[in-house]
Design a protein around this ligand. Structure first.
Ligand code: NAP
Length: 219
């Protein structure tokens, strides 16, 4: 935006914890009749105590994965009409430290939106981030022939943002780690790099770790 002084910026409300809100957002966006070239699915909840959303699903799962998934489904036709277009799903390296399959290797739906007794906040976050990667890869497979690419990215480890706000222990850990981790400014610049990199279509359909620690990762 810095280089585009004449850019018009408009904010619209969206609550990813409410499917109706996602639907309203998509309808309001479509009513504007503007193209959609870049969609960044960045929002996340982390370390939440167990709660159900109004839709009856575990909140971390709905905010981090399902809300974004639904949003992209609703805006898919706009993305395709706007091709070349790209979706960037902000995931995390922590997607590696979990599984959503049962012992027979089949998708275990109860792990996606677990009951209170089966809930562990960190695991719920990791699973939602794994869903992000799987979703991005499948989206890329389906839409890239129509000019819409998708990448899942890892922005950096323990970057000091607001993500720790649900529990003071995480606030303490993020504060202690802060001198040794990337700042949000670097993360933001890296995200811009990622957008530009995608323009050259070299890293599509994969999970990418943004530079300073630049790696291209496969799930
Ligand atoms: N920070 C890290 O070290 C790190 C590491 C790996 C991956 N990530 C990923 O990076 C992304 C950005 O995280 P961040 O570190 O910048 O955390 P953050 O500062 O907490 O940002 C998360 C954003 O999600 C929004 N959000 C939360 N619940 C929402 C809802 N129900 N509906 C709509 N928006 C909602 C928040 O909006 P409000 O402030 O209005 O609630 C906030 O803007 C996330 O996907 C995260 O998983 C971060």
């Amino acid at each position: 935006m810095r280089g585009q002084h004449k850019a018009k910026v408009e904010a619209m409300a969206l609550d990813l914890a409410l499917l109706r809100s996602v639907q309203h957002f998509a309808e309001a966006f479509k009513a504007k009749n503007v193209p959609l070239h870049v969609l960044v699915c960045n929002a996340a909840a982390f370390a939440l105590p167990w709660t159900l959303t109004k839709d009856g699903l575990e909140t971390t799962f709905q905010v981090n994965h399902l809300g974004h998934f639904y949003l992209v489904q609703l805006l898919q036709d706009v993305l395709c009409r706007s091709a070349p277009a790209r979706v960037i799903v902000v995931s995390s390296e922590s997607h590696r430290f979990t599984d959503i399959n049962d012992s027979l290797g089949k998708l275990d739906f109860s792990r996606l939106s677990p009951s209170k007794n089966d809930y562990w906040a960190m695991l719920a976050y990791n699973r939602s981030k794994l869903c992000n990667v799987l979703f991005s890869n499948e989206l890329h497979r389906r839409l890239s022939p129509r000019g819409v690419t998708s990448n899942a990215v890892h922005p950096g480890n323990m970057m000091y943002s607001n993500i720790h706000r649900s529990w003071w222990v995480y606030t303490l850990l993020f504060t202690l780690a802060r001198p040794f981790t990337k700042s949000m400014n670097v993360g933001l610049n890296d995200s811009d790099l990622e957008l530009r990199r995608e323009r050259t279509d070299v890293a599509c359909g994969r999970h990418v770790q943004w530079p300073a620690v630049s790696l291209i990762l496969k799930n």
